[in-house]
Structure formats: C-alpha cells, structure tokens
Design a protein around this ligand. Structure first.
Ligand code: FES
Length: 154
C-alpha cells in the first residue's frame, strides 16, 4: 500500500499572502518595493511568493511594532539565508539585537519625558536654556539645520 504523499510546497499569490498574514496587498507591494520581500513573476506577470514569505512578513510586522525603521529591518532580513524560511534561532538573533535598540530608545524617550517636565509651564523654547531644544547635547556637533527632536529615533 502506498503512503500518502506530502503536499507539494506551493507558491503563494499576493492575495493568499495578504489573507494569511493579515496585511493589505498594498502593504506587501510596498515591502517588495523596499526590498524586504521578494517574488517571482509568472508568465502572466503575476507575483508568486515562496512560503517563507509568511515568516518574513511576521518578522517585519513585529519589528515595525517595536518601532524599528524599515531600512534597519531590511538590513536584518538580508542576513537571513534565502534557501529556507527564517527559523526560531534566526528570530532569536534578530530580536536580541532589536532589544538593545529598544532599550536605547526607551532611555532617550525617558530623558525627553523628564526634560518635558521641566518645560511644562515655561514656554521659552530657548536654544540656550531649554533642554528639549538640545536634549542630548549633540546638535552642535551635527551642524545647523531643522532636525531638533524629529531626527532622533527614526
Ligand atoms: S520651554 Fe523653557 S525650558 Fe523648555
């Protein structure tokens, strides 16, 4: 008696990936345009994704939830092997790295919050004296330009 054959590893359409990942098709197109995921095109010019895309998309979603910039996520995904889906060990490595990044952003945000306490009720917004205008004493090293606060932490 013949054993039951395992189902073939089938490629996924963009609609299937969207349904299974909970993402909009437009988001998948965006990720692909940013180089975070990849597909091949059929003869009819339709996208087809390997099944590993579901784990990659899961990693992207979690990383975005942590506030990791897309460019950083893309760099991390490039370190994953293309021949197989990301494993638990891969995720452990990436998440440890992002934990450190998250800790650093929390530290900076905590400092900003504490400075904000000093500013409440003041309103001077003085470059010389307001701690929120130069919270990390780094702006002088970066040169002139409008990047106060907004440039920190992505
Ligand atoms: S607004 Fe005056 S110290 Fe920040």
């Amino acid at each position: 008696m013949k054993g039951r054959k395992a189902p073939l590893a089938r490629e996924l359409s963009v609609g299937e990936v969207a349904r299974r990942s909970g993402l909009a098709v437009s988001a998948l197109h965006f990720y692909e345009a940013k180089g975070l995921i990849a597909s091949r095109r059929t003869a009819g010019n339709q996208r087809r994704y390997g099944r590993d895309v579901l784990r990659r998309v899961a990693i992207i979603k979690v990383a975005q939830r942590l506030g990791i910039p897309l460019a950083t996520i893309g760099e991390a995904l490039k370190t994953l092997p293309e021949a197989r889906p990301p494993t638990a060990a891969d995720w452990r490595r990436l998440s440890q790295h992002w934990r450190a990044d998250l800790d650093e952003r929390i530290r900076k945000l905590t400092r900003l919050r504490d400075h904000l306490d000093e500013c409440i009720g003041c309103g001077c917004l003085s470059v010389e004296t307001c701690p929120l205008r130069n919270p990390f004493d780094t702006l002088a090293e970066e040169g002139p330009g409008a990047r106060l606060l907004e440039g920190d932490g992505g």
